[in-house]
Ligand binder design. Structure first.
Ligand code: IPE
Ligand code: MG
Length: 216
């Protein structure tokens, strides 16, 4: 979900206004994805590298995340959405952490749609964590399936489509293992400007791709 800061800058507003608008987009896109029949959506909300940002921006981001969960939990649950967090929550303030974990527990029986929110997420950190678990369990000959089962996305298929907003052509430490064969779609739209129709356009582009998975 890239481009919140630039969206605000273009309007001569403080960056936090862009993040606020970005939360509105989250709501629209989650509802659109759900009604289009998508089963799993992952949103990259806060990376392990985002700690480098000014404290005030980090604080605002956390409070937006918390507000989103507080405000939308019931609606998400009513839509049959299961919430899962990808990332290490231990660095978050205790109160936010409990609230987020509760939201995951409350929605844990939903099966229609899985909403992953990557928070304090980094794919390298996720892989190291998986290696640590395997070492602890004495696994000496890991298989691909085994490794996948120790990632935050355990039990979920690899993503078909990776959408990157704001025109950046990089992966930024996102789901490195899981996106091995994902189709990548880049749009110049900044995240706050990304709409339900943009999501549809991305999906139509995806449907036209011929996926060969290394075959012919
Ligand atoms: C949102 O966009 C991503 C988050 C970390 C929430 P940015 O804050 O990276 O926006 P730009 O890249 O400055 O435009
Ligand atoms: Mg950015």
């Amino acid at each position: 979900m890239d481009g919140n800061g630039r969206w605000a800058k273009r309007k001569s507003l403080p960056r936090i206004f862009g993040h606020r608008e970005g939360v509105r987009t989250i709501k629209e896109i989650v509802e659109a994805a759900n009604s289009l029949g998508i089963r799993i959506l992952t949103l990259y909300a806060f990376s392990t590298e985002n700690w480098k940002r000014p404290k005030s921006e980090i604080k605002s981001l956390f409070s937006l995340i918390r507000r989103f969960i507080r405000k939308e939990l019931k609606g998400l649950n009513d839509l049959g959405i299961r919430l899962r967090i990808l990332g290490d929550l231990s660095k978050f303030p205790e109160s936010i952490r409990t609230e987020i974990e509760n939201a995951c527990i409350i929605t844990s029986r939903n099966i229609k749609f899985e909403l992953n929110i990557a928070l304090n997420y980094g794919a390298r950190q996720e892989l190291i964590r998986a290696f640590e678990i395997m070492i602890r369990q004495g696994i000496k000959k890991p298989t691909e399936e085994m490794l996948s089962s120790f990632l935050y996305t355990y039990g979920q298929p690899d993503p078909d489509l990776l959408i990157r907003t704001s025109g950046e052509l990089r992966v930024s430490n996102f789901l490195l293992w899981q996106i091995a064969y994902s189709e990548i779609y880049v749009t110049d739209k900044l995240w706050p400007d990304f709409t339900r129709d943009d999501l549809k356009t991305a999906i139509v582009a995806f449907q036209k791709r011929r996926r060969r998975f290394g075959g012919l």
